[in-house]
Ligand binder design. Structure first.
Ligand SMILES: [Zn+2]
Length: 329
């Protein structure tokens, strides 16, 4: 096929699809006053103009408070959540805070970015489900249980205790209460034992918002095949992260991202694969996916690899929207 035809087809398909990215760490830079969401920057990877250029329609913004080292995690979370609220309020024509799937669809129709509040590491909860409920009322719809080390919920993959320890009793309660409220449980960064405890407890689909297949690249942040299969059994998805794909992280390319999509799609079906860039959270972005404005290259790459329009639309965002609807309503 002539490349120009593929380009035109890719552009049309990408523009028509609802594109949903499951993870970024942009809020920290905004909170620190380094840049604004509304203004295109030379720094970092993601802002509203670059998301628009990349055809991204929905974005989960993680509030990352520094893991087990955090001194005042609840205040840090509230400040980051306030940053997202304030940025959205400042750009009413371009962005909305999305609390349910129909908010995302409405934003897509109006050409606005649907912003979804996430928490990366449950330290802000302390050991109190009332905080989880209050965070839900603030818009929290995705919770990464652990980031690094140990917290009241469980252990991270990089903890020295290895992957042997799972969820605490409180951690199990967090999963149940998040299920009940309508907050997606996110197992990226969680220890293997914690992962299996989540599988045991959850009644809703779960996500790994930014992780890859460990069979393809053996890194502790990636998931083994049996984990990906169990996660898919819940009805959930893995958001392919744009790192942890190559020994030299600076050498990764768009093709490595497409290889991860291929691998997991063949393993559990394209219904269980999505995007989880980790823009502004990774030191190097893949060649061809330098920042959020390049997201359309994924669509071009998938078309070149022979994917159907239907499967591409699912991978770009249809799957995230389905899981979001099943969990958050
Ligand atoms: Zn992360």
């Amino acid at each position: 096929m002539d490349t120009s035809t593929v380009d035109g087809r890719a552009r049309r398909l990408h523009a028509a699809s609802l594109v949903f990215d499951g993870h970024c760490d942009t809020l920290l830079d905004v909170l620190e006053g380094e840049r604004r969401l509304a203004e295109q920057s030379e720094d970092g990877h993601l802002d509203l103009p670059r998301l628009r250029a990349g055809g991204v329609d929905a974005q989960i913004f993680a509030c990352w408070v520094g893991g087990a080292e955090a001194e005042d995690p609840l205040v840090d979370f509230l400040r980051l959540a306030d940053t997202l609220h304030a940025e959205v309020e400042d750009s009413p024509d371009d962005a909305v805070l999305a609390r349910c799937a129909s908010d995302v669809e409405r934003a897509h129709r109006k050409g606005k970015l649907a912003c979804i509040l996430g928490m990366e590491g449950a330290e802000p909860l302390g050991e109190d489900l009332a905080v989880l409920r209050s965070a839900y009322r603030l818009g929290l719809r995705n919770i990464g249980l652990v980031w690094g080390g140990r917290n009241a919920v469980g252990f991270g993959v990089s903890s020295e205790e290895e992957d042997e320890d799972g969820l605490s009793d409180f951690g199990r309660d967090v999963v149940r209460e998040a299920n009940r409220l309508g907050i997606m449980i996110d197992v990226s960064h969680l220890s293997a034992a914690g992962f299996w405890d989540v599988i045991d407890v959850t009644q809703k689909p779960i996500v790994a918002s930014h992780s890859n297949a460990r069979e393809l690249y053996d890194h502790e942040r990636n998931l083994w095949d049996d984990q990906i299969e169990a996660l898919a059994e819940t009805g959930g998805l893995v958001g392919v992260v744009f790192t942890f794909m190559t020994e030299d992280r600076s050498a990764a390319t768009l093709d490595d991202v497409l290889d991860q999509i291929d691998y997991m799609g063949e393993l559990v079906g394209p219904e269980h694969v999505g995007l989880g860039s980790d823009f502004d959270g990774i030191p190097h972005t893949p060649a061809g996916l330098e920042d959020a404005s390049q997201m359309g290259n994924i669509t071009g790459g998938l078309l070149e690899r022979g994917y159907s329009d239907e499967d591409i639309a699912k991978i770009l965002g249809g799957n995230w929207l389905r899981v979001f609807r099943e969990v958050a309503g």
